[in-house]
Design a protein around this ligand. Structure first.
Ligand code: URA
Length: 236
């Protein structure tokens, strides 16, 4: 890989700035100054240093975020704050994107990565990756709803959902539930409850496949996945 490309991707500056740093003798490969920024390096097996710092190379980054209400699951937007805006600039060079979408007012687990293959696998409709949500519902959720969701409900556009597992945690004029769905249609859970004449007033994603939201993350906080979490996602 070209040295200037590697360093620019990792956020050490523009290619022009890196060219200058190389010419100034600020870049070393395996302890030897390299003045030509177009030189090729093996980022895995060679040690690259810039301004005395050893460069830690990685191609892919995987972040788990506890998405807050009020930000959109997009990479950029002219007017609205996005989940990418919540990241530290050190992550910008990796060009992360959210794996799937949560509505603007939905909270909870959101995976951000630049690993297109993993994202594709997790979102593939064929894989039916289960996603668990907690929700507060305006209305009394009952066994009839549980049965209807277990069979699949017909949404406003005529689409019949796959079976979903509904668990009632608190039953009352305002109910609390957990639900597992195996697909990701637009506003799916809100529309499933609308089909039962009930309204979702709060929605939070708890898990996606084997990945479970770290409850230590405050709203808007994120962290990198652990090795185990990543392995379990890849094995999914
Ligand atoms: N279902 C919804 O209605 N909204 C979400 O954000 C996710 C699932």
């Amino acid at each position: 890989m070209r040295l200037d490309k590697l360093l620019a991707n990792l956020g050490y500056g523009s290619r022009k700035e890196i060219k200058k740093m190389c010419r100034d003798g600020s870049v070393k490969v395996d302890g030897v100054i390299v003045k030509d920024s177009s030189a090729h390096v093996d980022p895995v097996n060679q040690e690259v240093e810039i301004l005395g710092n050893v460069v830690v190379y990685r191609e892919f980054v995987y972040l788990m975020m506890n998405k807050p209400d009020g930000v959109i699951s997009a990479t950029e937007d002219l007017t609205q704050e996005t989940v990418i805006d919540l990241l530290d600039p050190e992550f910008y060079p990796f060009e992360l994107f959210p794996v799937g979408r949560l509505d603007k007012d939905t909270e909870g687990l959101l995976l951000l990565t630049n690993d297109g293959k993993l994202a594709h696998d997790l979102l593939s409709p064929k894989k039916h990756v289960p996603k668990r949500y907690f929700a507060v519902i305006d209305g009394v959720v009952n066994e009839k709803d549980v049965e209807a969701f277990a069979k699949g409900v017909t949404l406003d556009d005529g689409y019949k959902t796959l079976p979903a597992q509904l668990e009632i945690l608190v039953q009352g004029e305002e109910s609390e539930i957990e639900i597992v769905i195996h697909e990701g249609k637009y506003h799916q859970i809100k529309r499933m409850f609308e089909a039962r004449n009930k309204k979702v007033t709060f929605l939070k994603r708890l898990s996606m496949g084997p990945l479970v939201l770290d409850e230590d993350l405050e709203l808007g906080e994120y962290r990198e996945l652990t090795e185990e979490e990543l392995e379990s996602l890849k094995g999914n």
